[in-house]
Design a protein around this ligand. Structure first.
Ligand code: ADP
Length: 405
């Protein structure tokens, strides 16, 4: 009988879910959907693998059922919908694993307590990730839950990579560069190892270019550096986030312009990046379609910063054998890929314009010294794979079978 894994990605008022069926070592999507409006007017929508809506429920009385009740309904609905198949575990995307977690972990009471101490490091995401784990544990205490971290893939970074040039005590408190998008990088590295093992064994930069964007330097499948640091606002400019910024600008906004910390946070997270520079849109499609000079400026800045950071990461690794594009912009914009690759000829990258336009997986010419690839990411599938791995190793280690109560 197939085993079924539920993957949850919990945000401030919504929980995205995806249900995978594991059958003879293949993992197929069975259902996916979302519970939105938690705390106001909840709505539940589920689709099958083909994208057809198979269930829609909404609650008219505000605030409607709470998170625990909604997750209880979700589990009951999944089990009903899958007939005799058995839900074996839930895997969660958890943004922060701190310095401690280098791998996904089976959630126990002590693990949950440890993850709670990381809330100050990711106040916008971690509380929602953990509250979904708690609510699911209350609704379904017997279901094993696995926490999969956006930071874990980067946990092996060298001291010089992970340290800010700040007093030591702050580093010891946890103020250091962690890196994010790790589930995406883990998945893409795995896929690259399958598609081009020779490239994956070398020095590779993976460019996760979505509404959030970062780059990761990966040597033989191991992350050695990343453009994101203490928070997911660092590094490249993104849809609405500023990316790396002289810390003096923040001080200036606070002191000379008298902005509050909340106003600065809103500015840097939601009003900057492509949206802030263009004044038009945070969506790369709108900017590429626009003939306004501000749109071109935003695109030029995005490409410039990607190219600059690829140079820096190549220097970290002492060379570059492969460049992989992934996520919304990386997977779907030949124009941005071309603009980036054109400026990397000096590193030995020769883009094949036809392959790039056609949407091939390999987009560099056969003679290119640096191989360029486009590999669609799938963070949910990575969580499902991690969850099954953790479950299999926990089954072999009875001391790890304690669940969250
Ligand atoms: P998220 O980080 O929200 O998961 P995605 O990886 O789905 O984001 O990327 C979303 C972004 O991808 C959109 O905001 C848009 O800018 C960009 N995008 C999607 N399709 C295209 C396209 N065909 N061309 C250029 N950009 C695109």
């Amino acid at each position: 009988m197939a085993e079924v894994v539920l993957v949850l990605n919990a945000g401030s008022s919504s929980i995205k879910f995806e249900v995978f069926r594991s059958r003879s070592s293949a993992l197929e999507v069975a259902l996916r959907g979302q519970i939105s409006g938690i705390g106001t007017r909840p709505r539940f929508v589920a689709k099958d693998a083909a994208g057809t809506v198979v269930e829609e429920r909404s609650w008219s009385a505000s605030p409607g059922p709470d998170e625990e009740a909604l997750l209880g309904e979700l589990i009951a609905w999944i089990e009903d919908h899958l007939g005799g198949e058995r839900l074996v575990a839930a895997g969660h995307r958890v943004v922060h694993g701190g310095s401690r977690y280098a791998d996904p972990v089976l959630v126990t009471g002590p693990v949950l307590d440890a993850l709670e101490t990381l809330v100050p490091l990711a106040p916008l995401h971690q509380p929602h990730n953990l509250s979904a784990i708690r609510a699911l544990a209350a609704a379904h205490p017997a279901l094993p839950q696995v926490a999969c971290f956006d930071t874990a893939f980067h946990r092996g970074h060298a001291d010089a990579v992970s340290r800010f040039a700040l007093p030591r005590a702050l580093h010891d408190e946890g103020i250091r560069r962690y890196g994010f998008h790790g589930l995406s990088y883990a998945y893409v590295s795995r896929e690259l190892a399958r598609l081009a093992p020779d490239v994956a064994a070398g020095k590779v930069v993976i460019a996760h270019l979505g509404s959030g964007a970062s780059l990761c330097a990966v040597e033989d499948g191991v992350s050695v550096d990343s453009t994101m640091g203490f928070t997911a606002i660092d590094g490249l400019p993104m849809g609405t986030r500023c990316g790396s910024l002289d810390a003096g600008v923040v001080l200036h906004l606070l002191e000379a312009k008298g902005m509050s910390a909340a106003e600065v946070q809103r500015l840097l997270y939601t009003q900057s990046g492509l949206l802030g520079v263009s004044g038009i849109s945070n969506d790369m499609r709108d900017l590429l379609a626009s003939d306004r000079p501000e749109a071109a400026q935003a695109i030029d800045l995005f490409v410039h910063r990607i190219v600059r950071e690829i140079g820096a990461l190549a220097a970290t690794m002492g060379g570059l054998d492969g460049l992989v594009f992934t996520a919304g912009i990386g997977e779907r914009s030949p124009d941005i890929r071309e603009a980036v690759c054109r400026r990397l000829g000096w590193l030995g990258l020769d883009l094949c314009p036809d392959a790039n336009r056609r949407g091939s997986l390999r987009v560099s010419t056969p003679g290119s010294r640096v191989a360029a690839w486009v590999i669609p990411t799938d963070e949910e599938r990575m969580i499902a794979l991690h969850t099954l791995d953790v479950l299999a190793s926990a089954a072999m280690d009875p001391s790890r079978k304690e669940l969250v109560q």
